[in-house]
Design a protein around this ligand. Sequence first.
Ligand code: SF4
Length: 368
Amino acid sequence: MNTIRIQLILDEAAEGRRLSLDEARLLQQEASLHDLGHAAHRVRLRKHPDPVVTYVVDRNINYSNVCVCACRFCAYYRAPGHDECFVLTHAEIGRKIEETIALGGTQILMQGGHHPDLPLSWYEDMLAFIKANYPIHVHAFSPPEIAHFARLSGLTTKQVIQRLRAAGLDSIPGGGAEILVDRVRTAVSPNKCPAGQWLGIMEEAHGLGLRTTATMMFGHEETLEERLEHLFAVRASQDRSLRNVGDGYTAFIPWTFQPDNTNIEARPLTSVEYLRLLALSRLVLDNVDNVQVSWVTMGPKIAQLALYFGGNDFGSTMIEENVVRAAGVSFRLSRGDIDALVRTAGFEPRQRRMDYRLVPADKTGEQA
Ligand code: SF4
């Protein structure tokens, strides 16, 4: 009985009908891997009929690892006073950007810990330095960082975004979402902003003309139901932004928790669990155009397969990546590797910008 119902739901979702929570739960629990993937791929082809898989050439620059949050899943941060604490200088940031530009990069992704002492002006100065010297798109400061800056400065989060934007911020990455359910956040990252504030900051950013992404780190202490709650929270948030502003999240980026060197004991998720969640994301998030595959955590082969489970974007070259590496996973791919993997999987690789505009094929390396 359920088999027929599941097939009907999958067919209708593939044609564009919105899933209810009950339907998503049924698919999550009972649909076969292949049926989920097939339906997700149909949605992907409906939204992106051309056989193109995009990626951005960028570099993650972690401006500091000093953090007072102590999230249990984080292997990257160092508490204030630790020997390995650092804060990058402008000269160091400049060198990293120059290397990025030399490799055809169009953007940098900047995130850091919740430093207890740096004032908002430090971040404004950093943005002003970058914008005065380099033609590069700055994708920076996840919502928990913005909430932290607001707490330290006594400003509202909206005022903080306005100030950062005025100093040069171009868009906001969806980091720090983990699972957007407060029970889980209290358990794994009790000092980070709650789910409602994460979503509210993103919607404020959309209202101020900044595009953002949404992420999901799963496979730690959340239940299957809480993964669904996360997907539906992002969908509702995108609905509000599209209604109020006409723009919002450019992409959804689910990735699996990596347990090494963290304070959470969890078995690493299997590739099948990852692919099921990816496909379900594509089916539930009917209002988010792009779904990124995660070669950083799943490796290149599963990332290729994920292009047939709803994914249409290979993420980024991540010329430098430190956070996942600290948790024991260190896949590295050059731009040539990504091109070859995408072609072998049956698609045409294309460099894009943060907002998914394609970089003209003869101008890869042109600046944002
Ligand atoms: S995830 Fe971010 S906020 Fe949490 S401890 Fe690590 S650096 Fe700090």
